[in-house]
Write a protein that binds this ligand. Structure first.
Ligand code: GLN
Length: 552
């Protein structure tokens, strides 16, 4: 029988529910169970694919092409699994489905209501996860905070699940926040008590309370929460804000969460958890390492969540390369105005990540030019590859008219153009080239050195591509198309021949990086950055960009 663990949040948002779900998944996986994690998002959008990164942070893409919440990225990185589109459900999806069925006449004239029609559809989406993802234990995280109007149907569905699948097969965890009062130096439990009361008024009694706080919690507080919230003291799990993200599973392990959860679900551990590798990652992250600086040139840099997976992929590569990376968040629109260059010039490497639309694009192109001319290691991710190509085209063809048709529909030199299959697509949602596609790697290239294998699979999310009309001239002038679709039609990786590391991928390697298994492209990029930054290489000292007037 499948087991379900439901995770709700209380007091305030951003208590780290996503990471808690991911870390719990890891704790259970270490005991020999197959685990899957699902996120229920109460917003009405069908998926986050059409939402602004300012609203929602990064859009995480799965193998099957689903555009999902960034928490799915945490889940995959912690439990080291490839999740499926069934793992992210939104109110928008639920209503679309129910309304489509109503239009088809499936309800035979009945009145369609939140209970039971909407809640039934929610439960259907939850109960398909074990089979779809071959999981014995499914952790279901509900977005938002208990008390929100829009999450009510989800909570009602979770409540019903207990009688549907049986008490012994369900477990409810409530994650809350303990505020710290500086004047009296104490953590307060009252908001947690209120939040649990709110949850109970909906009919859910939590079995475990995860109490996140910025300060350690004493035994009395644990007893107090247990008493007021009607759980055992050992079911109150203090989660002190971790310095290192990947430490959270170890914190949960130390609090005995794994054994308690299994006991409540009537399961027995199948193996002794082996934390050696994970502890190694955490220990490495805590070790003093030589510093390098990597500039991330994007247009959503005010909200770092918009680049969550890029940041994590850099962290993973830095751990294996034995360096500590300081990321310089540089706004590409500022570069256009001549600002931010001094900071960029201190960078040992540059990443231009994915993005859409023309705002700030020229700043990214200037950053690519700076990287090329000064031989600064450069990694372009999707849009970052396109920008690299546009910059090179302008240089080689000797005209500023080179562009992507995304930014200039009438450019005479569209080196980046719409994918043929994208022509005529009017709908915005879920219509890009999405998900996992194979890519053939050419021998003797930087890409080959990174991957060490001839065929790889990578995740995509784009509408535009390199225009093959320009392949020959680019190749003659020093661009290697080191990764292509197996039929050779699509350029998947482009790199500069005459540069220590200037490589762009049409796909998003950041989605497949793991803490203990950095992505090959990120790994080689960071290693190159490290070797150049610390080799006293005179080349790497040449950082002054004469054509730019710093206007600070
Ligand atoms: N806007 C570009 C395209 O659609 C790049 C997309 C991206 O960076 N994910 O092709």
């Amino acid at each position: 029988m499948e087991k379900y663990i439901f995770l709700t949040g209380g007091v305030l948002s951003s208590v780290g529910k996503g990471v808690t779900a991911a870390a719990l998944g890891k704790v259970l996986k270490e005991r020999g169970f197959s685990v899957s994690i699902q996120k229920l998002d109460p917003y009405i959008n069908v998926d986050p694919g059409t939402m602004s990164p300012y609203q929602h942070g990064e859009v995480f893409v799965l193998d099957d092409g689903a555009e999902t919440d960034l928490d799915l990225g945490h889940y995959e990185r912690f439990i080291d699994a490839s999740l499926s589109s069934v793992c992210n459900v939104t109110t928008g999806q639920i209503y679309s489905e129910v309304i489509a069925r109503e239009r088809r006449g499936d309800f035979l004239g009945g009145t369609i209501q939140v209970i039971p029609h909407i809640t039934n559809e929610i439960k259907r989406r939850i109960t398909i996860v074990p089979e779809a993802t071959r999981a014995e234990i499914v952790i279901v995280e509900v977005g938002g905070t208990v008390g929100d109007i829009e999450s009510l149907p989800f909570l009602e569905a979770l409540r019903q699940m207990r009688s549907d699948v049986g008490r012994e097969n369900t477990l409810y965890i409530h994650a809350t926040w303990l505020p710290y009062i500086g004047a009296t130096a104490e953590l307060k439990t009252k908001p947690t008590q209120h939040s649990v009361r709110e949850l109970r008024s909906i009919g859910i009694q939590p079995d475990i309370i995860v109490a996140r706080a910025d300060h350690p919690m004493g035994a009395e507080l644990r007893e107090k929460i247990a008493l007021f919230c009607d759980v055992e003291a050992r079911a109150v799990i203090p989660l002190t804000t971790a310095e290192v993200l990947y430490e959270v599973p170890l914190l949960l392990e130390n609090e005995g969460v794994g054994e308690y959860v299994l006991e409540r679900l009537g399961l027995e551990s199948r193996q002794k958890p082996d934390w050696d590798e994970w502890q190694g990652v955490v220990a490495q992250e805590r070790t003093e390492r030589p510093h390098v600086r990597i500039a991330l040139v994007g247009k959503y840099v005010e909200l770092q969540d918009a680049y969550m997976s890029v940041r994590e992929a850099v962290t993973h590569a830095a751990l294996s390369a034995g360096v500590e990376v300081e990321i310089l968040w540089i706004h590409s629109a500022e570069l256009e105005k001549g600002r931010g260059w001094r900071e960029l010039e201190t960078a040992d490497g540059i990443i231009v990540p994915g993005g859409f639309g023309s705002r700030g694009i020229e700043g990214k192109i200037q950053a690519a030019r700076y990287a090329r001319e000064n031989k600064i290691p450069y990694l372009g991710l999707c849009l970052g590859m396109q920008v690299m190509v546009i910059e090179f085209g302008r240089h080689v063809l000797g005209t500023e008219d080179v562009n992507s048709t995304e930014f200039d529909r009438n450019t005479p030199h569209p080196v980046i153009d719409l994918l043929p299959e994208q022509r005529g697509i009017g709908e915005m949602g879920g219509t890009m080239r999405l998900g996992l596609y194979p890519c053939k790697i050419h021998e003797g290239t930087t890409a080959a050195k990174a991957y060490e294998k001839p065929l790889v699979q990578e995740r995509h999310r784009h509408r535009f591509e390199f225009n093959n009309t320009y392949r020959e001239i680019f190749n003659q002038h020093g661009i290697e198309f080191s990764g292509q679709s197996p039929n050779g039609r699509l350029v998947e990786i482009a790199e500069h021949r005459d540069h220590p590391f200037m490589l762009g991928s049409q796909f998003h390697p950041e989605f497949l990086s793991r803490p203990n298994r950095p992505h090959p492209l990120f790994r080689l990029f960071v290693e190159t950055v490290r070797d150049r930054a610390h080799a006293g290489d005179p080349q790497s000292e040449v950082r002054v960009r004469d054509s730019v007037e710093p206007a600070e």
